[in-house]
Design a protein around this ligand. Structure first.
Ligand code: NAG
Ligand code: NAG
Ligand code: NAG
Ligand code: NAG
Length: 389
């Protein structure tokens, strides 16, 4: 900020200097012509007809040139004022790239005016050559001063760029602190820190590519590297690795889906690499006291079939906590999983990983698509229904 203030001060001084130079240029012309114009009769009287006839066109030329310079000066002065206004804006506001572009334009216009001036002077072949040379020299000096100004502008600009960069970084940090899910990370497929209301800070894997931006991955299977036959505590807390296979955890799922209306997106891929999906537009699960019941699914859409519908309002069951509707057995044990079950399940995404398409109730399957045939990879993701919230 100090550097900026200082540089902007220098700019103002330079501007005044340039303006003075321009004024001097004009005055040089004025001085030559005014002395004659002020007393045209005297000149005529003091001069004979020949003298007058020879001088008159020269004086007229000088007068015309002077007017042009005056006009240009008014424009330049006008722009000087604009420039000063902009500089003030610059310091007052948060340093803004668009202001620099405007200053740049003004600079370019000034250069154009200079060229026009020189052209106008050169046109007047009748004018005094020394006078033209003098004005040219001053305009050249003027251009040099403008070049210095431009260099300073560039250095100011880089300071502003740095400011903008810092501001952007701070904004990103702010977003990270404020993120409650993957929505702020848009199309990212990386791991990000979020802060879930009622739960706290947690790292999550985002997937902004499979089904649009902003999805938070809650479960992922693809290589069998993680054992999913786990107990209640582990399903509550989550397990696995965010860079590999994992289950995010029922407790965090409860807190996330409670805070906002969420959608659920399930992607399934078979061993022929055919991909299908099921999407539910209002996903909500209960608290641990409610045994993480599947409380809402909303409307189904997709091409994998509405398998989860059968287990709506069912509690979560693990081999050590049986909340299913099968009185003589435990579904989690039967299906080698942890999931929402009633008398049976209609999907088994936390089942045992098989490396080919076996027909096995313990495998990872989605009944409405391929019965009990094992799937190669599955991924469950959630995203707020209204991403602008
Ligand atoms: C940047 O400049 C534009 C146009 O001059 C203005 O609308 C905008 O508010 C400025 N932004 C900041 C951060 O100063
Ligand atoms: C200021 O910097 C931006 C990018 O950093 C660049 O595009 C622009 O041309 C620069 N303007 C000047 C006057 O140097
Ligand atoms: C992700 O978003 C950024 C910024 O919006 C964009 O530049 C980038 O191309 C996007 N990447 C993909 C793979 O869509
Ligand atoms: C499925 O895709 C994987 C990776 O792209 C490839 O190695 C494999 O051969 C494919 N399998 C079939 C049946 O196309």
């Amino acid at each position: 900020m100090n550097t900026l203030r200082r540089a902007s001060g220098i700019m103002r001084i330079k501007e005044v200097y340039i303006f003075k130079l321009l004024l001097m240029a004009a005055v040089t012309v004025c001085a030559t012509s005014n002395s004659v114009e002020d007393n045209p009769i005297d000149s005529k009287d003091q001069c004979n007809a020949f003298c007058f006839n020879t001088l008159k066109p020269l004086l007229d030329n000088a007068m015309e040139t002077k007017k042009k310079i005056e006009n240009c000066e008014v424009s330049i002065q006008d722009r000087d004022e604009k420039l000063q206004k902009l500089q003030k804006q610059l310091v007052a506001s948060e340093m803004n790239a668009s202001i620099f572009n405007q200053i740049e334009n003004i600079f370019n216009e000034k250069i154009k005016y200079k060229d026009k001036l020189i052209a106008a002077l050169e046109e007047k072949s009748g004018s005094d050559q020394n006078e033209i040379d003098s004005i040219k020299r001053q305009l050249d000096a003027n251009t040099e001063a403008l070049k210095v100004l431009k260099t300073q502008l560039a250095s100011l600009n880089s300071t502003v760029s740095l400011h903008n960069f810092n501001a952007k970084q701070q904004h990103e940090k702010l977003v990270q602190v404020k993120a409650m899910n993957c929505v702020p990370f848009e199309n990212s497929t990386a791991i990000h820190d979020i802060d879930v209301a009622g739960f706290g800070k947690v790292s999550v894997l985002c997937d902004g590519q499979t089904a649009g931006p902003g999805w938070t991955v809650v479960q992922r299977r693809f290589d069998g590297s993680v054992d999913f036959y786990r107990n209640w505590f582990e399903y509550r807390e989550g397990f696995g690795s965010l860079t590999g296979e994992f289950f995010l955890g029922l407790e965090i799922l409860y807190h996330m889906t409670k805070s906002l209306p969420y959608e659920l997106y399930i992607q399934l891929v078979d061993f022929q690499n055919v991909s299908r999906h099921a999407r539910y537009d209002s996903f909500l699960i209960g608290s641990e006291d409610e045994q993480y019941m599947l409380k809402s699914l909303g409307t189904y859409s997709g091409n994998a079939g509405n398998a989860l519908r059968y287990n709506l309002y069912d509690s979560f069951t693990t081999y050590d906590q049986d909340h299913d509707g099968w009185t003589s057995g435990n579904c989690a044990e039967w299906y080698s999983s942890g999931w929402w079950y009633n008398l049976y399940g209609n999907s088994n995404l936390n089942g045992k990983y098989f490396y080919d398409e076996v027909n096995n109730e313990k495998s990872i399957w989605w009944y409405n698509w391929k019965g009990y045939h094992a799937l190669k990879s599955v991924q469950m993701m959630i995203r707020p229904k209204y991403t602008s919230i």
